[in-house]
Design a protein around this ligand. Sequence first.
Ligand code: PEP
Ligand code: MN
Length: 457
Amino acid sequence: MSSSERNIQAVKLPTDWAPDSWRGRTALQLPTYPDAAELEGVLGELRALPPLVTSWEILALKQQLAEAQEGKRFLLQGGDCAETFDACSSDVISNRLKVLLQMSLVLVHGMRKPVVRVGRFAGQYAKPRSADTETVDGVSLPSYRGDMVNAPEFSEAARRPDPRRMIKGHARSSMTMNFVRALIDGGFADLHHPEYWNLSWVGHSPLADEYRRMVNAIGDAVRFMETLSGSEVHNLNRVDFYTSHEALLLPYEESMTRQVPRHWGWFNLSTHYPWIGMRTAAVDGAHAEYFRGLRNPIALKVGPSVTPDQLLKTIDLLNPEDEPGRLTFIHRMGATGIADKLPALLDAVRRDGRRVLWVCDPMHGNTESTTNGYKTRRFRNIRSELEQAFELHAAAGTRLGGVHLELTGEDVTECLGGARELTESDLERAYKSTVDPRLNYEQALEVAMLIVRKQSQ
Ligand code: PEP
Ligand code: MN
């Protein structure tokens, strides 16, 4: 057993906490359900439904994240901004898995270290919004808050928060999880067959040649090792894949918080790796209170307004025992803000000797609107924030241990630029996101290649 494994098992848990103690705090970004009795009925049903993940998997991921903190692994976390119930389909799920597998292949090959693979899926159904209501032609209705809460159409019925959507969200998450597990167990992620992961529409990608060269080099290496050892290299047949989502909708998360006979403490068993969004990250807020009592590894988005002092208080609350693998900070400052905002935070955490995993989300600080009314992000800003993140960590003596991305395996046109140089007029061709713009397959692969280039500099 390594020292970080021992520390993970020995950690003390708070005694003044319960899955519902968040109810005594200010909870931002939660819907107001019109019928309290209906809500209670639904939560009772949810509490009786089986979990989506296990405590063993959660602790195994925590161990991998502890290794990422030590620089022995790199975290790749990605998926939709918001999953939708309609997009819980075979193609969407398998294409997203393909992109993430291809990206992880590029990273493993280029960085020469194992990758921790985490999807933003199987539960990414609740969204924070900048306004509680949306007004169109003088009519105000509640904002769309993700499929787990209400529906995006602009009508009173669609926007009414409906607790039964949580049951449907649990079911869709479990279908997604089931399919991902079946694909991986069935050999979909087998390194002997990376051709399984090819997406049909990318044959003519400007990046295809570079990717193919890499796949061939890996195939040669696998065959070489097998020739040497005289047998198949078995651990290449399958990979670990974990899930994450923003644990925003606290009534749902509470109902999925369980004790398990074999492991001490409380686990959120709806996902392996929940995170707190930027808008709900206040240290005295309901979300921080809920997260503090979980045994899952947890993450927190860190935006440009966070001060070093706030960040240290957050660590005191969420990881008082300095447990390895426990706490991830996902900074999302924007390409123009990162050089100004990040160094003081890195310095404060390093000087205090606190153990965190630093991850860069180069998406959420770079969102803008085009003149033709689309929410978009420019590839060059995404690239710039990521490149600066590597440089700023190197200068501060800290380590960038991962990347957090919004991406899809679908052929969408939501972010501008990239190898195909998508322009504003391309956006209307295939803009499908209900919330934030995602990298398409090609742009996602390009990010993986750029990480490798940046790392080897
Ligand atoms: C998100 O990840 O979709 C999101 C809303 O991010 P943030 O909390 O960083 O704004
Ligand atoms: Mn988003």
